[in-house]
Design a protein around this ligand. Structure first.
Ligand SMILES: [Zn+2]
Length: 495
């Protein structure tokens, strides 16, 4: 007996468990498990268990949503099919939406969605040839009435479909990453036919157009020049895709600034910016859509080069000075200066003041003072922070460290020329330092348009690794990009 009872109890127990298990599975038991797990997790302070419980609850909620959505989708699809069928069978004139809806039990939202989908289908078909004829429009208007839709809604649908269509047309043409002139004019025609505004066109296919425009721009400027033809192509691209010029300028700003910076660096390298080059830069600035504040530091660089070039050409500044000058003497330069010279046994320095007049070079200090007539200067070698002079005698020979060595060199250049002495071939340092343009472009690419020491992108200069005055060549191997700061630092190392 005992054993029988025990068996029965076990069976009942097992049966009960089976029922409970079935209930759990069928009746959203996961919710209960989840809740129990959360509870257990909280009790045991076991975060992992609690998370598992929360996850299970989430899955249940998500599955419920999916299920409801599926129900609604299938209801809407059935309704759509019915509307389509009725329209075809009865014709637009005798079609009735309420009759269609009758017996569907669809809520207002589902009914509206179904009607909109049907309208979309009709509109897409009508637009297949890229234009809606007045006859087609009349049908669409009638359809709108029958489907009980308002004009705001149908206009929205129309714009959306037109944009999607334009997007498709753009995609197929940009598949190879290039927009040819023919393709651009196709797109322009299509955009006009679709009656899309520039903003609407760009909106539909924005990222694609932006990427393609940037790629095209980069391709065009890779050789350092933006030709008229290339600019025309860019304009065509903008017009075709409805890109606003200001918008386009924003997209290409970084690349444009890189090109502009390189052009300025190249143009400035030979120490001269001609009127023609200046006009080219202005034009470049405007076609690249760069703003003055973007190019301000570069403008300063240009202004300085031009100032120095003007001095070299003979427009010498006159300076009032306390120095004792002769009656016909004009001071062109005055600056604090450290003079460094060699004696038979050592290198000496003196801190004082340097003057350049139309007749003499004058250095005054407590330790040493000297003045040398300009015609005695044989050679001028500019370092970044100093100018070295070779004289016909030992007097005055040596290096002169000043704040602005370029200015000193330019002034010496001019006064020497003015003093009527013919300088020897090797003397015209600015000309022989000239680096050919292809080398400049090669170096720019190699160094990535940045200072090779600190990666700065401002105030870049072409630097001779082995100074020209020491026989360094103008080849790419001997030329590098340095920013002004690093160039100054390098000058200090060499001198
Ligand atoms: Zn640097």
């Amino acid at each position: 007996m005992q054993s029988t009872t025990r068996t029965e109890q076990t069976e009942v127990h097992v049966f009960g468990l089976a029922i409970a298990t079935e209930k759990l599975i069928v009746g959203g038991g996961i919710v209960i498990i989840g809740a129990v797990l959360i509870f257990a997790g909280a009790l045991l302070h076991n975060l992992l268990v609690a998370l598992a419980g929360a996850g299970a609850l989430g899955i249940v909620a998500w599955r419920g949503m999916v299920w409801r959505q599926r129900q609604r989708d299938s209801l809407r699809e059935n309704l759509q099919a019915t509307i389509r069928h009725d329209l075809k069978k009865r014709g637009l004139a005798s079609f009735s939406l309420p009759e269609c809806l009758h017996g569907f039990g669809a809520n207002a939202k589902v009914a509206r969605e179904a009607a909109e989908s049907v309208y979309e289908e009709f509109y897409r078909k009508a637009l297949a040839d890229l234009r809606i004829t007045s006859k087609e429009q009349a049908i669409l208007d009638a359809l709108r009435g029958k489907l009980e839709m308002d004009e705001v809604t149908t206009n929205k649908i129309a714009t959306r479909i037109r944009q999607a269509r334009f997007h498709t047309e753009v995609s197929s043409r940009l598949a190879d990453g290039v927009l040819t002139a023919g393709e651009a004019s196709d797109l322009r025609r299509i955009r006009a036919a679709l009656g899309l505004t520039e903003a609407q066109a760009l909106d539909s296919t924005r990222s694609q157009i932006v990427d393609a425009y940037r790629a095209l721009f980069r391709q065009f400027i890779s050789d350092g020049i933006l030709s008229d033809e290339e600019m025309a192509q860019l304009q065509e691209f903008r017009e075709a895709t409805g890109m606003d010029p200001a918008e386009a300028a924003k997209i290409t700003k970084d690349d444009a600034l890189g090109l502009y910076r390189r052009t300025v660096t190249i143009v400035c390298q030979d120490g001269e910016v001609t009127e023609r080059e200046l006009r080219q830069l202005e034009r470049l600035e405007s076609v690249l859509g760069l703003e003055p504040r973007d190019t301000a530091p570069l403008q300063e660089q240009i202004a300085k080069v031009r100032r120095l070039a003007a001095i070299r050409a003979g427009k010498l500044p006159s300076i009032r000075t306390q120095a004792l000058l002769r009656s016909s003497e004009i001071a062109h330069y005055a600056s604090a200066c450290v003079h460094e010279w060699e004696t038979a046994t050592q290198t000496k320095t003196a801190e004082g003041k340097l003057f350049v007049t139309n007749q003499r070079l004058i250095f005054q200090s407590d330790l040493k003072s000297l003045d040398v007539r300009i015609p005695r200067i044989l050679n001028v070698i500019r370092y970044t922070n100093a100018v070295a002079l070779e004289m016909t005698t030992m007097k005055g020979q040596g290096r002169y460290f000043v704040k602005d060595a370029e200015l000193l060199e330019a002034i010496l250049d001019a006064v020497i020329r003015y003093s009527n002495r013919v300088r020897s071939e090797g003397l015209d340092s600015s000309r022989s330092r000239h680096i050919p343009d292809p080398v400049k472009i090669e170096v720019w690419h190699r160094d990535g348009g940045r200072c090779v020491r600190c990666s700065a992108a401002e105030y870049l200069e072409y630097d001779h690794i082995i100074p020209h005055s020491r026989g360094g060549s103008n080849s790419a191997q001997n030329v590098q990009l340095l920013c002004r700061k690093c160039n100054l630092a390098k000058g200090a190392e060499i001198v």
